[in-house]
Design a binder for this molecule. Structure first.
Ligand code: GDP
Length: 633
């Protein structure tokens, strides 16, 4: 497919006249971003079924058009720049500096000097040995004294390495090909009245005082210029020519007129050949620049990933945050209020420069949209929910607001965003009735509580958005998991906390509900790792994530008490059943009907063969290790 593009135009105080001659744009236009996938400054598709959509939107929503190119951002930016007077003097950082300071890529660029240029030189490099000399000269107002001027001619390609001080002079018209980064540090401005920011400190950190590297390529012997970021080809077409398409390629017509696959093209046109383009025939008299981007190598792709966690104040949020910070992510969490942040376990992360809290709530769509827009997460871990089955009987509407509509709000916000985001949706085994077990991805859903119904909605809505909008959303049906961070209303923590007090002689009788419910009890730390693994797969999926080993509440009590040196014996049945100390015959456990749930699910035990096959995941904690950690915590 050939995607023709309409440029994004920018006004500049130094604007020349050339752009206004080619395009229908204001006279003050200094830059035409002819091929740009930049946020807010994207070119727009001018033809075919994607007409009117931004290139950025296509990049995010239709990766197949670009051969599923691995980079997160559209890799290159092609601009036309027309100047009537000097541009400011600037320098760009390299990838290392940009990654460390701004979590962005650096900027390598080159300028093709177009025929309309009458300027005879560009600024390229400086005649100084070190930063001390540079500071001195700047303080004395002698900037122009140390700039190196290089002669240029139309048809030259000026190579601007990161670290090279550079500036374009008046009466220049160039095609700029650059890595798609907006990082640049201005060291001197000719336009004081515009009051643009200088970034001297950063500039001094990145300037390369060795000017050897600076070069000018003239395309005389070879029609190609290659570097590690992209290849530039100059094509001369004078007759019908079949073009060997190399995949996803960017084009600008420098001069002449003709056609591509019978569609007329002329000077000023820019277009992209998508990865699926078939036979390409050029005809006419044309001078064209073709640019082929090169995917960043692994090292350069190591930009810090950004994660957003809903429900960061619960135990899963704690373990996920810990894991992701260890993996050098920038971690953002949604919290209901500032007090939540300091009162919870998250206080451990507050001083970490890669940790950020945002006030928000899943019941507020505009708030969710704003957070996603600001954070631009690579990965969302959606673990927030009203997760108490009992509470859902009392507050079914609120549970639906949070668990069902909350998921929908997130999905819709991701759908409408213009960046790539993967989402993990935490699902509950309560979608099953517990009559059939072990449960896997094919077991029919039979929700038995308002909570379970809300989770069924969340699961199917995530699938629906995945299938209809080509989104990376993975459902993980995670079986019960616990940790010292778990609230005491959950039975495992309730039992272990009580046992601790029994050991200290402070309490005696533990009151519980249904002792025959059979559950798995994994550790939240293992589950946090499993959730992360879900988003590291090539494709989104639906997974059951479970230890595969279930125990009754009764067995959990026996195991816990035996660890504090007490053997429990059971006497009686139904509401009259009691657990007694086998030695002293004291009653330690009894039933309180207020803890018995209506319609309680009998057996929840999963079969996570599919997940384990896909990810090679291994659980670190078994039930014994889990109980030990709860008793210690
Ligand atoms: P859930 O499975 O996510 O609801 O986790 P819980 O720890 O709350 O409940 C696990 C099982 O323990 C359920 O089948 C409950 O009915 C049963 N259970 C028995 N007694 C109690 C109790 O006193 N509190 C809670 N929360 N659950 C209990």
């Amino acid at each position: 497919m050939i995607l023709f593009l309409k440029p994004y135009f920018e006004k500049k105080p130094w604007a020349g006249k050339e752009l206004n001659k080619i395009y229908d744009c204001p006279e003050s236009t200094g830059e035409a971003w002819i091929i740009s996938g930049y946020r807010g400054k994207s070119s727009v598709i001018a033809n075919g079924k994607f007409k009117g959509q931004t290139l950025r939107h296509l990049w995010v929503k239709h990766p197949e058009l670009f051969g599923n190119y691995p980079d997160k951002e559209f890799p290159l930016l092609l601009k036309l720049i027309s100047s009537s007077s000097n541009l400011s003097v600037q320098v760009h950082p390299n990838d290392d500096y940009a990654l460390k300071m701004c979590n962005s890529l650096g900027k390598f660029e080159c300028w093709y000097i177009l025929p309309e240029t009458t300027a005879k030189t560009v600024t390229l490099g400086i005649d100084l040995k070190n930063s001390r000399e540079m500071l001195e000269m700047i303080q004395r107002g002698l900037v122009e004294k140390f700039l190196i001027e290089k002669p240029i001619n139309p048809g030259n390609l000026v190579i601007v390495e990161p670290g090279t001080v550079h500036a374009i002079h008046g009466d220049t018209f160039i095609l700029e090909v650059q890595e798609s980064s907006d990082l640049t540090y201005r060291i001197f401005d000719y336009y004081e009245s515009v009051n643009r920011k200088l970034n001297l400190v950063d500039a001094l950190n990145v300037i390369n005082y060795n000017t050897q590297k600076n070069q000018i390529h003239d395309f005389k012997d070879e029609n190609t210029f290659k570097n590690s970021h992209f290849n530039v080809y100059k094509l001369f077409i004078s007759e019908k020519t079949e073009y060997e398409n190399k995949g996803f390629e960017l084009f600008y017509v420098i001069d002449g007129c003709g056609s591509i696959n019978n569609t007329k093209i002329k000077k000023g046109d820019s277009f992209i050949l998508t990865a699926d383009s078939e036979k390409i025939i050029f005809d006419g008299n044309l001078e064209v620049i073709a640019v082929i981007p090169k995917p960043k190598d692994k090292e350069r792709l190591k930009m810090r990933k950004i994660a957003l966690i809903t429900g960061i104040t619960n135990q899963d949020g704690y373990y996920l945050t810990k894991l992701l910070l260890e993996k050098d992510y920038e971690v953002h969490g949604i919290i209901k209020s500032m007090s939540k942040l300091s009162s919870d376990y998250l206080v451990e992360f507050l001083d970490n420069p890669n940790f950020f809290g945002h006030i928000g709530d899943l019941t507020d769509a505009s708030n969710i949209n704003r957070i996603i827009e600001t954070v631009k997460p690579d990965e969302i871990y959606h673990i927030a929910s009203q997760s108490h089955v009992d509470v859902s009987f009392e507050m079914p509407e609120y549970t639906t607001e949070v668990n069902s509509l909350g998921t929908l709000r997130l999905l819709d916000s991701i759908k409408n965003s213009d960046f790539k985001t993967k989402m993990f949706n935490l699902c509950s085994p309560y979608v099953f009735s517990g009559e059939m077990y072990p449960q896997d991805e094919t077991t029919p859903f039979e929700p038995r509580s308002p909570y379970a119904v809300t989770k069924v909605y969340s699961y199917y809505m995530a699938r629906c958005y995945r299938e209809n909008n080509n989104m990376f959303v993975t459902n993980g049906i995670c079986y019960n998991h616990e940790s010292p961070m778990r609230e005491c209303v959950f039975v495992a923590k309730k039992i272990t906390e009580f046992a601790k007090m029994v050991k200290k002689g402070r309490r005696k009788i533990l009151e519980l509900g249904n002792l025959d419910a059979k559950r798995e009890w994994g550790h939240a730390k293992d589950y946090a790792y499993a959730m992360w693994l879900c988003l590291q797969q090539d494709k989104p999926n639906d997974y059951v994530i479970s230890t595969g080993k279930a125990y009754t509440v009764r067995e959990f009590i026996e195991k816990t008490y035996s660890k504090i040196g007490i053997d429990i014996e059971w006497n009686g049945s139904g509401l009259d059943e009691v657990g007694i100390n086998s030695k002293t015959k004291e009653i330690l456990v009894r039933i309180n009907p207020k803890f018995i749930r209506p319609n309680d699910v009998k057996t929840l035990v999963g079969d996570s063969k599919k997940f384990i096959n896909d990810t090679n995941f291994k659980f670190e904690y078994d039930i014994d290790k889990l109980i030990d950690s709860l008793l210690e915590g």
